[in-house]
Design a protein around this ligand. Sequence first.
Ligand code: APR
Length: 243
Amino acid sequence: MNTPDTGDNEGGPVKRRPKIVVLTGAGMSAPSGLSTFRDSNGLWHQHRIEDVATPEAWLRHPDVVLEFYNQRRTQACAAQPNAGHCAIAELERGYDVVVITQNVDDLHERGGSRHVLHLHGELTKARSTCDSSLLYEIGSASIRIGDRCAKGSQLRPHIVWFGEEVPKMEEAIHCMEDAAKVLVVGTSLSVYPAAGLVEHAPRAAEKVLVDLHADRTPPGFRVLKGSADKLLPGLVQEWLAQV
Ligand code: APR
């Protein structure tokens, strides 16, 4: 395997490293002990979406919404990246890797990935309710009624709720459009616009989907059925051997 291109090539053309886009969902973090949403014991079997993950729920009972995310934040911060997260980070040794995740935990970052785009927000951040550009890094801390931003408004979880815009979608589509390889891991591909990202994968790109059940597989994808932490290390070694 050639050494990663560092750009110091005595004036010759800089060889761009091939780009890999990885789209992940809750199944990526399941081996780390975090619940998915739609599996048998998933979060949407324990809670109603309209009670905890919509702007209307926030207006009706903000305390219930805050408690739902405070519990998920505590669990996510106590979890550890699994071998799948670490394998995806390892890809950066030979490729230009962008992780586009639907997950709101920070396990990709803690697993070593350096370019992570969160489509549905981040549990470790709180956001002003009067100025969405006002974000606060809170780590594992809870958000309570009465916690206010610098402009005096109540803080909310920095999460994209159902019915809200997905601000990073444009950037995600742009990333996908020049991928040499597309890897989809641990998502039911049931929530749009995120699920629609696979339609922007270049026709010529190598496409692989890793999923425990692989119930829904987009056309053109090679399917590896099994757990992300078990299957990703082998796939990553196969791809690193190509560069
Ligand atoms: N390894 C790989 N895949 C797994 C594993 C595992 N260990 N465990 C579960 N899966 C797969 C399931 O087979 C399923 O396809 O992960 C997927 C989980 O699907 P969902 O629970 O629907 O989660 P996700 O696709 O991330 O949901 C998308 O919906 O509710 C919203 O905002 C929420 O981001 C979330 C979005």
